[in-house]
Design a protein around this ligand. Structure first.
Ligand code: PEP
Length: 253
């Protein structure tokens, strides 16, 4: 039985006051929920990580970063290391979000280095994969997702696999209001589990959590979560509203 996991990706939103207020509201309203039937994380911008960590430190809500750099230290202006994220209380880090792939030009090779560095340094990566609209329309979803998955997990030993959470985020569904149907999500989630089964031991793969992300709202969270291979949700826009995010967490729990 895979324990549900809901993560909120705040992207480049909030400020110090509204971020802390949002984190406190989610923590207060999930007491008893988070930590029992469901794992919950919030992923604020780098500069608010410590403030948000302090705001949720007495709750069961974990904090994640939206990105990381793979080198441990040195002349990498503007970058943030795994150890720095650990230092401010992070448990998770999102790797390969579609906005990093398609807006900021991040390659599979870089994403793979980030996944490996995160695990080696004690952070739990959430590796995002997903196809563009034209790739789906061209019948390339399976090919794109398989290749992102294999590249993202390259050189990752079987012992390290349990540290990874996967997230299927069709790019055409992110921030568009156009959610994948539960059937579309399940189809790709089962493909991901099949591909992983070809790379790793079947029992380990059965334990892996695969989140769905892309315009998740309180109204569609339940039907997505009822799919066999949907083990949780990665939530962007709706995670900025405490009412909506808490409803989504309840649907997942
Ligand atoms: C995301 O940023 O990972 C995401 C899924 O965004 P949204 O929920 O806004 O589509």
């Amino acid at each position: 039985m895979r324990r549900p996991f809901v993560a909120g990706n705040w992207k480049m939103n909030t400020d110090s006051r509204s971020g802390v207020a949002l984190a406190e509201a989610v923590a207060a309203r999930t007491t008893g929920l988070a930590g029992q039937g469901v794992d919950v994380a919030v992923c604020p911008p780098f500069v608010y990580l410590k403030l948000v960590f302090d705001a949720v430190r007495n709750s069961r809500i974990a904090v994640g970063a939206q990105d990381v750099y793979f080198e441990p230290k040195g002349a990498f202006t503007g970058e943030i290391s795994v150890a720095m994220l650990k230092d401010v209380g992070c448990t998770y880090v999102i790797c390969g979000h579609s906005e990093r792939r398609h807006v900021l030009g991040e390659s599979d090779e870089i994403i793979n280095k980030k996944v490996n560095a995160a695990i080696s340094g004690g952070l739990l990566p959430i590796l995002c994969v997903g196809e563009l609209l034209e790739q789906r329309q061209g019948g390339l979803t399976e090919q794109v997702v398989t290749s992102q998955l294999k590249a993202g997990l390259a050189n990752l030993s079987a012992e390290k696999l349990p540290a990874v959470t996967l997230a299927y985020e069709p790019v055409w569904a992110i921030g568009t209001g156009q959610t994948a149907s539960p059937e579309q999500a399940q189809e790709v989630h089962s493909l991901i589990r099949r591909v992983l089964g070809g790379m790793y031991d079947g029992a380990a793969v059965e334990q892996m959590r695969i989140l769905y992300g892309g315009s998740v709202k309180p109204s569609n969270a339940g039907s997505l979560m009822r799919q066999e291979d949907v083990d949780g949700l990665l939530v962007g826009g709706a995670s900025l509203n405490a009412d909506d995010f808490v409803e989504i967490i309840k649907a997942a729990a």
